[in-house]
Write a protein that binds this ligand. Sequence first.
Ligand code: NAD
Ligand code: ZN
Ligand code: ZN
Length: 344
Amino acid sequence: MKALQYRTIGAPPEVVHVPDPTPGPGQVLLKVTAAGVCHSDFAVMNRPAEGFPYPLPLTLGHEGVGTVAALGPGVTAVQEGDAVAVYGPWGCGTCAKCAEGKENYCLRADELGIRPPGLGAPGAIAEYLVVDDPRHLVPLGGLDPVAAVPLTDAGLTPYHAIKRSLPKLTPGSTAVVIGAGGLGHVAIQLLRALTPARVVALDVSDDKLRLAREMGAHEAVRSDSGAADAVRELTGGIGAQAVFDFVGAAPTVATAAAVAAIEADVSLVGIGGAALPVGFGQLPFEVSVSAPYWGSRGELLEVLALARSGAVSVHTETFSLDDAPLAYERLHAGLIDGRAVILP
Ligand code: NAD
Ligand code: ZN
Ligand code: ZN
C-alpha cells in the first residue's frame, strides 16, 4: 500500500510503498477514507536525531476515519464495513485514567510503549491502518468522513480544553482564541455552541481572521503587540475569563497572560515551546494555567454528536495521498484555511 512516511530526520515526509498490514489478535484493519494533517507533526519532525522519540520510518497521521476492512482473531465488537472514527490517544485501557475513558492521560502508556497512530505507531495517512483495539473506534453515525476526521483531534482537543472552562464562560464573559487554524477555527464554533461568551479570535493572517468571523467569532483581532490592549479595551479593561492559546509561542503566551482576567483559565494548547510564569504578582489573582493534551473517548463521542447536530463544521481542503507532501508544505507556509484532509 501507499503511505506517507517521515523517514529521514530533517527531510520532508515522502509517499512510499510499504507492505499491506494485517491485523493481529484483537486488532482491527481499517481502509482509511480520510486522514487529517495536524501542525503537531512539525513539532515531531523538528526534533533532532538525538533523542528522537519514535522509531523511523514513521507513517504520519493521527486523525483517521475509515471502514472496517478485516478483523483480527477474537474481535467481535465491530463488523466489516462499519464506518468509524479513530480515537487516537491510545492507552492501556485498564489504569485509573483509562477506566474513565481518559486514555490521553494513561498512567502506563509510556511504560508499556503504547503510542498513538502517527505518533509512534503507524499512522492514518496510508491506504490501511491497524487499530490496536476496537474500543478505539467510534461509529461515524452518518457523518461525512472528510468533515468528521479533523474532529478526532482538531475538534476533540479544543473541546476538552473548553469543557474545563465552561463554568467561567457565563453570560457577559469573554473567551479569547489565539490562532484560528485547524484547532482554533473549531474552537470558535465550540465556544459559540456551548457558551454564551463573547468570542474574540486572534491571528496573524487576514485569511484566518476572515475564517474566524465566518466561524462565529464576534471579534477578530490582529495578533501583534497591540492585541492585548485591543482585547482589554473590548472587555472594558477586565480581560477574558478564558484564554485558549493554539500557538504557544513566546508572543502568544505573553498575550494570553496580558488578556487574562482575575480568576481566568489560560489553556496553553499549542506546543510552541513557551511557558508562562506562575507566582504571586506574575499574573492576575488566581489565574489557572494548564497545558491540556487531546481529550477523552467520551468527549470524542460528544464532539461527533455536536457535529451531527450541525453545531460545528470543519473547514477542509482535500488532497490525494500522492499530494500529501504538498498538504504539509502548505500547512507549514500557513496557507491551509481550516484543516488539510488526505484522501488515500
Ligand atoms: P495550524 O497551523 O492549523 O494553526 C495555527 C494557527 O495559528 C494559524 O492560523 C496561524 O496563522 C496562527 N498563528 C501563528 N502564529 C500566530 C501568532 N503569533 N498569533 C496568533 N496566531 C498565530 O495548527 P493546528 O493544527 O491548529 O495546531 C495548533 C497548535 O496546537 C500546534 O502547536 C499543535 O502542535 C498544537 N496541538 C496541540 C494538541 C494538544 O493536545 N495539546 C493537539 C493538537 C495540536
Ligand atoms: Zn494533532
Ligand atoms: Zn491506561
